[in-house]
Design a protein. Structure first.
Length: 337
């Protein structure tokens, strides 16, 4: 767990990314394609079309493993770029010391980091050209056709930017906890980390294709703002009343109520929230959660005295193995890829 410590003054130094950046969303989407959530109701049509278009692109998937927290920092640091080309140009012009620090972190997270990825950190022409070609071809197929909808969804997530700072921090995502003066964010290292802002600021970055919140600390400058990326809400893409209706096959396997509880955990929640989403009592939800946890489908952690439940990798695979709405466009109003 990453614990970000605020002072009262730090609450005044929270800023928001002005708009989504094509390079950042492109890289996040490459990782999403390798995760079970790509076959969820929100993304199944998009992911199916993109997979048909790109085939088995090994070099492209070198950029991101399915594991959260393993993306190259060099590619996801906000640069204020309005186009993919501007984003790549900003990558090429980052200070050499910044690129070297980012590469050291990338290698610590991925000891088998492909050599060509290390080469573009070193700005070797062949590698940077390969990166631009791969991302350019992929962006035209996967991102550009739906960009207007992506931009709208991300801007909608920023509507609360003018609100009370504490209320904003407390509503970013179910897995992000806020109790002044500490913001807790799940992280992908085996021990807790404490970061004191001490005036450096916090940049909030809503993302369309990101599936779990992730914080980024600048690997080169301890004075740079901490960046917190979090998923936009996609619930408006589902039909009313359909959010927790389990797949019929899943209901036959687990029973309707237990399948509904599993379905509620598409986003992490408490026992009370799972009960409300599934339309059952808290006691019944607790019983089903215990059974799902015993079966390896659910994990539970305690945050500030509240149990929060989320799906394990096995649970995600089970939930999304038979998508419910393959024919329903996940991006309303966006043209087909």
């Amino acid at each position: 767990m990453l614990r970000i410590h605020f002072t009262a003054a730090d609450l005044q130094r929270i800023s928001w990314a002005a708009c989504p950046e094509p390079l950042v969303e492109t890289v996040f989407s490459i990782q999403l394609l390798q995760q079970p959530q790509a076959d969820s109701q929100q993304f199944i049509r998009w992911s199916s079309q993109v997979r048909r278009s790109i085939g088995r692109s090994g070099l492209l998937f070198d950029l991101a493993t399915p594991d959260d927290g393993t993306l190259p920092d060099l590619l996801i640091a906000p640069a204020g770029a309005a186009t993919l080309g501007e984003g790549l140009e900003a990558v090429r012009h980052r200070p050499a010391a910044q690129a070297a620090a980012d590469l050291a972190v990338a290698r610590s997270l991925r000891p088998d980091l492909p050599r060509w990825i290390a080469d573009f950190h070193h700005r070797r022409p062949e590698a940077t050209s390969r990166l631009a070609r791969l991302l350019g071809d992929y962006h035209r197929v996967a991102i550009a056709p739906a960009w207007s909808y992506i931009e709208h969804a991300v801007r909608a997530a920023s509507c609360g930017a003018a609100g009370d700072a504490g209320a904003v921090l407390g509503s970013l995502h179910p897995s992000v906890g806020w109790e002044f003066p500490v913001l807790t964010v799940p992280c992908h290292i085996p021990h807790d980390v404490d970061v004191r802002l001490a005036g450096r600021g916090l940049l909030l970055v809503p993302s369309f294709f990101l599936r779990a919140p992730t914080a980024r600390l600048d690997n080169h400058s301890e004075q740079a703002p901490v960046e917190l990326y979090f998923p936009v809400r996609h619930c408006h893409t589902a039909a009313a009343g359909d959010d927790c209706a389990p797949d019929p096959g899943l209901a036959r396997l687990l029973g309707r109520s237990r399948a509904a509880v599993l379905t509620t955990l598409a986003s992490a929640c408490s026992t009370t929230e799972a009960a409300a989403r599934a339309g059952i009592s808290a006691a019944t939800a607790s019983h089903h959660l215990s059974a799902l946890r015993a079966g390896g489908l659910v994990s539970t952690v305690r945050e500030h005295g509240t149990a929060r439940h989320s799906l394990t990798h096995l649970g995600l695979r089970l939930l999304y193995s038979t998508p419910r709405s393959a024919g329903r466009p996940p991006f309303p109003g966006a043209p087909s890829a």
